[in-house]
Design a protein around this ligand. Structure first.
Ligand code: HEM
Length: 413
């Protein structure tokens, strides 16, 4: 028996959670369970002699996420390598990397343009896109749900949100794939070329929309939004669009694919939704909790402090394992059971809470709901038709193939 198969016999001291081998079959929930019980705030040494504090409990992840004064996103970024995606000097312009008071001001401006009302108004457009995407496969009686549904839905919705022409979606797909690969690459700065190309394109698109002057676009709403007399300039709008592409694509894609896989593997739960589709929103919260596709983000201590009985030094990194927090037995009964009817607690799929809580959570929930509603209506007998495929990563729980079959239907678009 290998050590990966017997997490209860492992010497936790020897475990490096940054080694992707622990994530080959998805998040290492058995290991996380032991860590929550035995070492919830644990020093994880890295091969290069550095290390980080690994947080696995709901309580400390909530505490760190809410205490931005002690645990900074700005100081050294939200990954272990400050230059992981692109150099820190550039990523610091992103909302995700800011601390208060800058973060507060910037987020208030963005929230003005990204209200629940704005998101609700997108429902018809999202449904029209989902209809078209299902039309492309419904007559076949089979598809790869990951490739044919989970990939195009968030890309199409992002294009809709940012006012980009549909014919440019393949380019958007190419950039997002390259950024995602850079995310998993050991090389720092690997996403820079893709970001530079995408930035040039987004710049043109923002200028075009500004000239056309349609007041009901996100570009124009962002240009008008004002907090304490301050407004965003076009370069800040561009940076925000870059963040939307990074934050709103793979996250939603993997939750869609993983959520559908989980439902198909739990036919009793899927049956509850078939009988009563009004339960879809509660099922979505359980899918988010159960899959928590973003595995971690990091923060850096701004001062010496104490956390869960451990002394954390100024400059130390802490890594928050969201799938572990979402299955913390201190918060959820029988946390490994997938149960759409469970009492809802705040899962950590959208982050630990506090100021950086996912700005797109409302939009992601809308996309998940519309897809589930339309799939259950049009493919009521959907079932697994083969082995799901996974991409190895300890940063995102990625399903890249999900073969399904169903009785062929008719196009509606
Ligand atoms: C199921 C899909 C999604 C998941 C699992 C997810 C997850 C997350 C997580 C874990 C964070 C970090 C929170 C923190 O540091 O505390 C985050 C932040 C963010 N997300 Fe999402 N996200 C999803 C969809 C979206 C969508 C659709 C958009 C927009 C189109 C979006 C935009 C953002 C932005 C802008 C932030 C930064 C917020 C800030 O720093 O203030 N996300 N998301």
């Amino acid at each position: 028996m290998t050590s990966i198969e017997a997490p209860e016999q492992l010497d936790l001291e020897q475990v490096d959670l940054m080694d992707p081998k622990w994530f080959e079959d998805g998040p290492p929930h058995d290991l996380f369970r032991r860590m929550r019980a035995e070492a919830p705030v644990r020093w994880n040494p890295l091969p290069d002699g550095t290390g980080f504090w690994s947080l696995t409990r709901h309580a400390e992840i909530s505490q760190v996420s809410r205490d931005t004064a002690t645990f900074s996103s700005w100081k050294a970024g939200v990954f272990l390598n400050p230059d992981q995606v692109v150099p820190l000097d550039l990523t610091r312009n992103l909302l995700l990397y800011k601390d208060p008071p800058e973060h507060t001001k910037y987020r208030l401006i963005l929230q003005k343009a990204f209200t629940p009302h704005t998101v609700a108004k997108l429902e018809d457009a999202v449904r029209a896109r989902v209809t078209k995407i299902l039309d492309a496969v419904v007559e076949e009686g089979a598809c790869d749900f990951a490739r044919d549904v989970a990939v195009p839905v968030p890309l199409g919705v992002l294009a809709e949100l940012m006012g980009l022409p549909d014919e440019d979606i393949p380019r958007l797909y190419d950039w997002t794939e390259r950024i995602e690969e850079a995310q998993r690459s050991p090389e720092p700065n690997a996403a820079a070329p893709a970001f530079v190309e995408m930035a040039g394109y987004l710049h043109e698109q923002i200028q075009r929309q500004a000239q056309e002057g349609n007041e009901d676009t996100l570009v124009m709403r962002l240009r008008r939004a004002e907090v304490d007399g301050e407004q965003l300039d076009d370069s800040e709008i561009l940076v925000f669009f870059g963040l939307l592409v990074f934050a709103g694509n793979d996250t939603t894609r993997n939750t869609l694919a993983h959520g559908m896989q989980t439902l198909l593997e739990h036919p009793d739960q899927l049956e509850l939704l078939r009988e009563d589709p009004s339960r879809i929103p509660e099922a979505i919260e359980e899918v988010l909790r159960f899959s928590s596709v973003v595995q971690w983000f990091a923060r850096t201590a701004t001062t010496d402090t104490e956390l869960g009985g451990q002394r954390i030094a100024e400059g130390d990194k802490v890594v928050m394992w969201y799938p572990s927090a979402s299955r913390d037995e201190a918060v959820y009964d029988d946390p490994d059971r997938f149960d759409i009817a469970r009492d809802k607690q705040d899962h950590k799929a959208f982050g630990g809470g506090g100021r950086h809580f996912c700005l797109g959570a409302g939009l992601a929930r809308l996309e998940l709901r519309v897809v589930l509603e339309e799939v259950l209506r049009r493919m009521p007998d959907l079932e697994l038709a083969g082995q799901p495929g996974r991409l190895p990563s300890n940063w995102a729980n990625m399903v890249n193939a999900l073969p399904v079959r169903f009785a062929p239907g008719t196009r509606e678009g």
